[in-house]
Design a binder for this molecule. Structure first.
Ligand SMILES: Cc1cc2nc3c(=O)[nH]c(=O)nc-3n(C[C@H](O)[C@H](O)[C@H](O)COP(=O)(O)OP(=O)(O)OC[C@H]3O[C@@H](n4cnc5c(N)ncnc54)[C@H](O)[C@@H]3O)c2cc1C
Length: 393
């Protein structure tokens, strides 16, 4: 049997659900398919189970893309305020954790339930565990062959997301469809991902495992000031995840472990005012004790500050204010939150999300070359791009 729909959406994640709701609300006959058993798994595990669903500071500058202007239209057609209104309409209680990041008070499942209810109200047909075997185009119609039935439609929306966390359903399907329809792909890489290090730093990370502190982490002029976490596998925490989206193999990363204090100036004045102080004690007042101990040991400094040369104090200060680290890699798609790169946005209309070469074919969400910073921006991109496609599909 071959069934006809106005709109078929492949991928029932954040973007796919939003586009289905919007197309359905316009009276379009919509089919939403996913190969997973459970809908919205990435939403469920997001934000530590509470889903950081948007950020009140959403702005195009919070996104990475080869074509940064592409993002402007969708973000203005459907803003963070629009999504907040949807949440309020469903009486979902939320709070700002920090830096404009909005989280559910209770559970991410509330977001999934809300989207599923909206799909139901918009009369969307949702089918799970559907394996799409082939997609073809004939006379401006898209034909979809699955493991169960065949379908065709005027508008096909690809919302299959990126490559991160393969064990909950990520696949390269979206990129393969893009290639099939002759669309360019920007190289994909794991992003918002913990970084890994050589033996020397790893030993230190192991010793400090579980310790976190506020740090400024930077590559050239890009910097983030958020928490950094030592783990037995390397460095993680928000500032490392953020910088990982800008890091390429071979790049050095600078870490300021005490961003509010110029350590050398401080030590110089301490040397005059309190010459009998032990250097370990002084550093332990500035950064966590365990870290202070390791840094002092690494720099061969101990004893009274008055006995230490300015050269040695400068070297010690540098290893706190400008610690240079050279990651050997990242933990990869297994733990990455998002995928950098994807369908080249030059191929897509920023107003509609439709392929310029293939009328009726749309790409939305993470499968595209649009990657948000950590903090709710990636979901906002999914809602905004999904909303836009839903208006035109
Ligand atoms: C652990 C973790 C935590 C995160 N936390 C946050 C957060 O708090 N805030 C935030 O903004 N972002 C967060 N993100 C990122 C965010 O989840 C994604 O950017 C967002 O889900 C992308 O939406 P999407 O709809 O494009 O893709 P997805 O949500 O990944 O949905 C894609 C869907 O397509 C389906 N699919 C894939 N291949 C096929 C196929 N071949 N056939 C049929 N279906 C297919 C998948 O099963 C999936 O349901 C987090 C990511 C992870 C991994």
């Amino acid at each position: 049997m071959t069934e006809k729909y106005d709109v078929i959406i492949i991928g029932a994640g954040a973007a796919g659900l939003m586009s289905a709701i919007e197309a359905g609300k316009r009276g379009r006959k919509v089919l939403l398919v996913d190969h997973a058993k459970k809908i919205g798994e990435k939403i469920r595990i997001s934000g530590g189970g509470r889903c950081n669903f948007t950020n009140i500071n959403t702005h195009p500058s919070k996104f990475i893309s080869k074509n940064p202007k592409f993002i402007i239209s969708a973000l203005s057609q459907y803003t963070q305020g629009d999504f907040i209104n949807l949440i309020k309409k469903h009486n979902i209680k939320f709070h700002e954790k920090k830096l404009g990041q909005l989280f559910c008070n209770d559970s991410a499942q509330q977001i999934i339930d809300m989207l599923l209810l909206e799909c139901q109200m918009a009369k969307v047909t949702l089918k799970k565990e559907i394996i799409v075997l082939d997609v073809d185009k004939k006379d401006n119609q898209y034909f979809i062959t699955t493991n169960s039935d065949k379908y065709f439609c005027n508008s096909l929306i690809i919302a299959t997301g990126g490559l991160s966390i393969p064990k909950i359903g990520a696949s390269k399907f979206g990129y393969e469809i893009a290639k099939k329809f002759k669309l360019d792909i920007i190289e994909t890489l794991p992003a918002l991902v913990p970084l890994t290090f050589s033996e020397k730093i790893l030993t230190m990370c192991n010793e400090l495992s579980g310790l976190s502190l506020e740090a400024v982490v930077s590559i050239n002029k890009i910097f983030f000031e958020e928490g950094m976490l030592f783990t037995h596998r390397g460095l993680s925490g928000p500032s490392i995840l953020q910088i990982s989206s800008y890091w390429k193999l071979g790049d050095d990363i600078q870490v300021n472990l005490s961003p509010k204090l110029d350590i050398f100036n401080f030590l110089e004045s301490e040397k005059h005012s309190n010459p009998k102080q032990d250097i370990n004690n002084i550093i332990s007042e500035i950064i966590p004790k365990r870290l202070a101990y390791i840094i002092c040991k690494e720099n061969n400094v101990n004893g009274n500050i008055s006995e230490l040369s300015n050269k040695l104090l400068k070297q010690l200060s540098r290893s706190i204010n400008t610690w240079v680290i050279n990651p050997t890699g990242s933990e990869g798609y297994r733990t990455a939150e998002v995928t950098l790169g994807g369908v080249n946005t030059n191929e897509i209309s920023s107003k509609t999300m439709m392929s310029k070469k293939n009328p009726g074919l749309f790409f939305i969400g993470e499968v595209m070359d649009v990657t948000g910073h950590l903090g709710g921006y990636n979901f906002q991109w999914a809602w905004s791009s999904g909303f836009v496609a839903g208006q035109y599909a």
